[in-house]
Design a protein around this ligand. Structure first.
Ligand SMILES: Nc1nc2c(c(=O)[nH]1)N[C@H]1C(S)=C(S)[C@@H](COP(=O)(O)OP(=O)(O)OC[C@H]3O[C@@H](n4cnc5c(=O)[nH]c(N)nc54)[C@H](O)[C@@H]3O)O[C@H]1N2
Ligand SMILES: Nc1nc2c(c(=O)[nH]1)N[C@H]1C(S)=C(S)[C@@H](COP(=O)(O)OP(=O)(O)OC[C@H]3O[C@@H](n4cnc5c(=O)[nH]c(N)nc54)[C@H](O)[C@@H]3O)O[C@H]1N2
Ligand code: SF4
Ligand SMILES: [Mo]
Length: 808
């Protein structure tokens, strides 16, 4: 029997609504849902391959458990027992700090990934938390934390209303957008041009996005912070700043003016390779447009001055009066956001509340740099005086005033779920961690990896590969046996997307329009499958020693206990908050009012009802509930983005703090970069529309054609080095070398070469049969993991020096 089912696409940040054709339990086609309140029928080739991706025969169906060195199929009960047996003795012997948690990108694309990792981290009590955010947007979180007091308060360009978009280091025509959720981003850019607006793109490559632009500035990689500082300088110099209504909410303008005095267009021109006249035009055009938005992504974040560049983006939005006004950059308000508290001074944002054990990297947002994961495993007990994760300083640091991340474990998890933002995998939590005071800090001995493939996505995969192989225990929650999960002792496979529910906890808080949608699983769970939400709840029970039985009889454990705990804690807190719609009510009575078919649905109902549009458990009878959302299968439109300041500000001053201390302290490093001159070739990345990070190369429909792992280089560089189009070329970086076919193209500027990431599917012991036929090379092997943006711990993935040699 053929039927259709609605399902929000989880494959990128655009969150398109899909209409799936289902035959029996198989998805045979996918098209855009024309009635979706947000995506209005848009679909891309990845979404169209939903069925193929869902039915990939290489997806694991049952858990794998390592016995006698081999991964073998096992029952769920055996698998969770193996997790408890693997982790509990290590925790009991060495303390929770020896268990690391690694969260990969798909956590921001699943219900399970939004609701359970904060509980897991809190329950484990470890501070060894690493996520894809430090390969991605951590600089933006840090700059938002410092400017606005809230690491998750990320302004989004008002794409549909702006008159001028300055787009930096992003290629939404291929990526479909990031930290700016907008189904049909390319169409929205074309609409901007069609209504008389202008688009400027800053990118060392002439991308498909750059081809749509009125102006393309082919900057030298890694120098955006310098360029943007000079643009701000011009605004001051030419008297073009105009904060408008913002002025009342901003402090530090004069200090900023003084600090940026030496970043003149002339002084940055040689480093950026952008002439001073162009820089001045960029500034004047921002001001001349009735409204304008500055928006920057991967190319501006994953560089040595990532936090400074991210900060300057919003500095420009502020100085031109475009922050928080229609047509500028605004703060979205998602349906599962926490009840907005009254405006006023907050606790501020703190960085470096603890440090990594080996290199002493400061935490940011409760996370340590993923680039430092390998050394945290393979480097012996630290001798130095670095306060180690989980060592004696824990309690104080966890509760430090000004902590930007809701500290302290499970208690804050419902909030954390709503606060998640970004395309990496931000979490909140940690902070409760405490090994016994004075305990020696040990290398990591166990790892819990959820939806993460750092062997390919993080720097120096070969070193990480060896480090993972040396662990006493590792569990992966992953549908594939891939480069990373092949090291696990237990693999817990989630069901394919059609069998999972969907709600965008993270991306609705980054969307260009406020809206809310929820889709239940399009097809029922296959026999023997376990929902990813249940896998995560049971994983939490197993690692905490609460039990591993999957039955409900004696010896069994109930995964709903995890959800009930979170619900109870959230409600007990809400009824104490004076601004909450449920202030003073009885948590037990409220719990009884929750609807939903299972624990995760009850938690969604809870968040919706307590949220800014919610029914407040009866206080606002017309407000949102899960039932109401279920009655609107194509979603509910909540209107365009609206000005919200000063409410989102949580700085200690209650204002936008334009020149925060840690930023000011990092500016001398940027000033030194004024003297940097290109010494050779530098590498940047690129994305392809039919690919997604490391895990979609196993789908035949999404590979081949132009989606190939080749090295783009400019004809001038090719001629100078004697590299022929199509010939193999050896690329060498600090972390190693790879040999890859050259693709000579003037889409990259001279001096720059480009390789995509997520390739290198040639390791043994994986089960990716199609990907292995055209494995490509791992670009991140060119990195040694030592280059980080110091404020955020983000890896430097772009603007990395490399050398080329043609192969004979
Ligand atoms: N050189 C370079 N490196 C980069 C980047 C770059 O631009 N250049 N980009 C960086 C960025 S932005 C990111 S976000 C990271 C991404 O890097 P990762 O966070 O490692 O994410 P993926 O490569 O997408 O791998 C995701 C893993 O999740 C699994 N998975 C897929 N669907 C599900 C699911 O529903 N549930 C679960 N549990 N698992 C699932 C996949 O099998 C795979 O193992 O890569 C970073 N690395
Ligand atoms: N098709 C597809 N879509 C995806 C993904 C994917 O892998 N494939 N990944 C998803 C994820 S996890 C993310 S985070 C988003 C990322 O979304 P985007 O940020 O749009 O990512 P990219 O397409 O890599 O675009 C980054 C651009 O920055 C440029 N660049 C590199 N270095 C510099 C620099 O120093 N300065 C400037 N100005 N530009 C620079 C690169 O040439 C590139 O064109 O995409 C998401 N969507
Ligand atoms: S643009 Fe993104 S969300 Fe939309 S169909 Fe394509 S992959 Fe899915
Ligand atoms: Mo990402």
């Amino acid at each position: 029997m053929t039927r259709t089912a609605l399902r929000i696409c989880p494959l990128c940040e655009a969150t398109c609504g899909l209409t799936l054709t289902v035959e029996g339990s198989r998805v045979t086609a996918a098209r855009g849902d024309r009635d979706d309140v947000f995506s209005r029928g848009f679909i891309c080739p990845k979404g169209a391959s939903f069925g193929a991706l869902d039915a990939d025969p290489d997806r694991l169906r049952v858990p794998l458990v390592r016995r006698g060195g081999e991964l073998r199929e096992a029952s769920w009960e055996e698998a969770f027992a193996a997790v408890a047996d693997g982790i509990r003795p290590l925790v009991e012997r060495y303390g929770p700090g020896v268990v690391g948690v690694v969260l990969g990108n798909p956590n921001v694309h699943t219900v399970a990934g939004a609701l359970y990792p904060p509980v897991l981290i809190g329950a484990l009590g470890t501070r060894a938390v690493f996520t894809a955010s430090t390969l991605d947007q951590m600089p933006k979180h840090v700059s938002s934390g410092l400017l606005f007091g809230d690491a998750n308060a990320i302004p989004v360009p008002d794409l549909d209303r702006t008159d001028h978009l300055l787009l930096i280091g992003a290629n939404p025509v291929e990526s479909n957008g990031s930290l700016c959720t907008a189904p049909d981003f390319p169409g929205r850019l074309k609409a901007l041009r069609a209504r008389g607006g202008t688009l400027t793109v800053i990118d060392p490559r002439r991308t498909r996005t750059a081809k749509l632009a009125d102006r393309h500035v082919a900057i030298r990689p890694g120098t955006d912070a310098l360029l943007l500082a000079a643009v701000a300088h011009v605004l001051f110099e030419e008297g073009l700043t105009d904060l408008g209504a913002l002025a009342a909410h901003v402090e530090g303008v004069d200090e900023l003016r003084a600090t940026l005095r030496d970043f003149t267009p002339e002084s940055v021109a040689p480093a950026c390779d952008v002439d001073a006249a162009t820089t001045r035009s960029l500034a004047r055009e921002l001001v001349a447009a009735p409204t304008a938005a500055v928006y920057a992504r991967i190319g501006s974040c994953t560089v040595a001055h990532g936090t400074l560049a991210s900060w300057l983006v919003d500095v420009l939005n502020v100085l031109t009066g475009n922050l928080d006004r229609p047509g500028g950059a605004l703060f979205p308000q998602a349906a599962t956001d926490k009840t907005p508290r009254p405006a006023g001074p907050g606790r501020g944002f703190a960085l470096g509340r603890w440090r990594s054990r080996v290199s002493g990297h400061p935490e940011a947002k409760g996370e340590l740099p993923l680039a430092a994961l390998a050394e945290e495993i393979d480097t012996g007990v630290a001798g130095g005086g670095v306060p180690a994760a989980g060592a004696g300083t824990a309690a104080g640091a966890g509760t430090a005033a000004g902590a930007g991340t809701p500290a302290a474990g499970a208690g804050t998890v419902a909030g954390a779920g709503t606060a998640a933002a970004g395309s990496g995998t931000p979490v909140a939590g940690a902070g409760t961690a405490a090994a016994p005071a004075g305990a020696e800090a040990h290398p990591l001995r166990a790892l819990v990896a959820v939806a993460a493939n750092p062997v390919l996505s993080a720097p120096d995969g070969d070193r990480l590969d060896k480090a993972l192989a040396s662990l006493d225990f590792m569990v992966s929650v992953d549908p594939y046996l891939n480069e990373t999960s092949r090291h696990a002792h237990v693999v817990l496979p989630p069901p394919p997307p059609a069998q999972s529910p969907h709600h965008d906890f993270a991306f609705n808080a980054l969307a260009v329009r406020n809206q809310v949608r929820y889709t239940r699983p399009a097809v029922p769970l296959e026999p023997g499958r376990m929902a990813e939400t249940e896998i995560m709840a049971r994983l939490i029970l197993a690692v905490t020693g609460a039990g591993t039985g999957t039955g409900t009889g004696p010896g069994g454990t109930d995964p709903a206990a995890v959800d009930d705990m979170v619900i109870g804690q959230t409600l007990r807190r809400a009824v104490r908050e004076p601004h909450s719609p449920v202030h003073g009510r009885d948590p037990g009575e409220l719990t009884a009012l929750l609807t939903g078919a299972d624990g995760p649905e009850r938690r969604l109902d809870l968040m919706l009802r307590l949220g800014p549009y919610g029914d407040g458990f009866g206080a606002r009878p017309d407000g949102l509930t899960l039932d109401k959302l279920l009655a609107h299968p194509h979603g509910i439109d909540l209107g365009p983005l609206r000005p919200r300041l000063p409410q989102p500000l949580k700085t200690r001053s209650g204002k936008v703090e334009l020149l925060p201390g840690p930023i000011a302290a990092d500016l001398p490093r940027l000033r030194r970069a004024l003297a940097d001159r290109p010494a050779g070739l530098v590498l940047v990345g690129r994305r392809h529309l039919r690919s997604n990070n490391s895990w979609m190369h196993n789908i035949p429909a999404l590979t081949g054609g132009s989606n190939r792992c080749t090295l783009h280089l400019h004809p001038e560089d090719a001629a100078r080095l004697g590299v022929r189009d199509g010939a193999a070329v050896r690329v060498k970086g600090a972390g190693g070398e790879v040999t890859v076919p050259a693709e000579v193209t003037d889409s990259v500027r001279p001096g720059v070469v480009s390789l995509p990431h997520g390739w290198g599917h040639d390791r043994p012991g994986t089960r990716l049969s199609h990907a292995a036929t055209d494995p490509g090379v791992n670009v991140n092997q060119l990195l040694d993991g030592s280059l980080l943006d110091p404020l955020s711990g983000n890896a430097v993935l772009n603007g990395v020096p490399v050398t080329l040699t043609p192969t004979p």
